[in-house]
Design a protein around this ligand. Structure first.
Ligand SMILES: [Fe+2]
Length: 249
């Protein structure tokens, strides 16, 4: 089974269109998104429909929970982030909000995959440190030993880790990085972010995983960053949010 995995689209239509063109060419059996389709970017309505029309299944991110009111915005301290969540909330169609509310926190598959937004034990946890990653791998082994690869988002940084090592080689950020996984290991994988990469590479990120061959591909694709930024400026978004797209951070 071939999976295309898309994380953290964040309302960036230009990035999503570039990624979906590659996804279609790869002909996956399934498309899964990791939540945060909305927030930060200027095109949440369009991105939501594009992801759904592509036939993707997905999980709820913290931005969807803010937009639907499931999670209080009291924990959002930054005004510029709050502005983008309000922007999404005001524009989403009622049917889209209903779809959001029905999305699960996790998806598990029959071939040993788990899809989460933050971490397998907490949807809001950021897996940014080696300790946090290691604890999550051990958590998986103890509570869900059937899971071979757990895909997560939320940090917007591509990652590949096992219980014993962070196995990522992302310094050079190639457009295609193919990695043969080992059957005996448990992996945590972040495909990176489609719409707001934070690993100092402006290209949109996504991943392709073949569960039969156990082969993982990290992909990057250039997109019309200026077009996405213009939409954000026109919508009145704060400069730091607009500027960061060009720097991938
Ligand atoms: Fe996010």
């Amino acid at each position: 089974m071939k999976y295309a995995i898309l994380g953290d689209v964040h309302g960036n239509l230009e990035a999503l269109e570039a990624v979906l063109a590659q996804v279609r060419a790869a002909k996956p059996d399934r498309i899964v998104h990791l939540g945060d389709i909305v927030g930060y970017g200027a095109s949440p309505v369009e991105c939501w429909d594009l992801v759904r029309d592509a036939g993707a299944r997905g999980i709820v991110g913290n931005h969807e929970r803010y937009v639907t009111g499931v999670t209080s915005m009291a924990s959002v301290s930054r005004d510029d982030k709050r502005f983008t969540i309000d922007y999404s909330a005001k524009r989403m169609k009622p049917a889209q909000l209903e779809e959001m509310k029905r999305m699960p926190l996790q998806i598990a598959t029959e071939d040993g995959l788990l899809f989460v937004h933050g971490s397998p034990r907490n949807e809001d946890e950021y897996l940014l440190t080696w300790e946090a990653v290691q604890e999550s791998v051990l958590f998986l082994r103890m509570t869900m030993p059937e899971v071979h690869v757990c895909f997560f988002g939320h940090t917007h940084i591509p990652a590949l880790a096992t219980a014993t090592a962070v196995e990522s080689k992302f310094e050079e950020k190639p457009d295609v990085q193919v990695i043969q996984l080992a059957d005996s290991k448990t992996y945590l994988v972040n495909p990176g972010s489609v719409g707001q990469p934070r690993d100092r590479c402006a290209k949109a990120a996504w991943a392709l995983y073949d569960s039969g061959e156990d082969v993982l591909e990290f992909r990057r694709v250039a997109y019309d960053v200026g077009g996405a930024q213009n939409r954000m400026r026109d919508a009145g978004f704060a400069d730091p949010l607009v500027d960061r797209l060009a720097h991938g951070r």
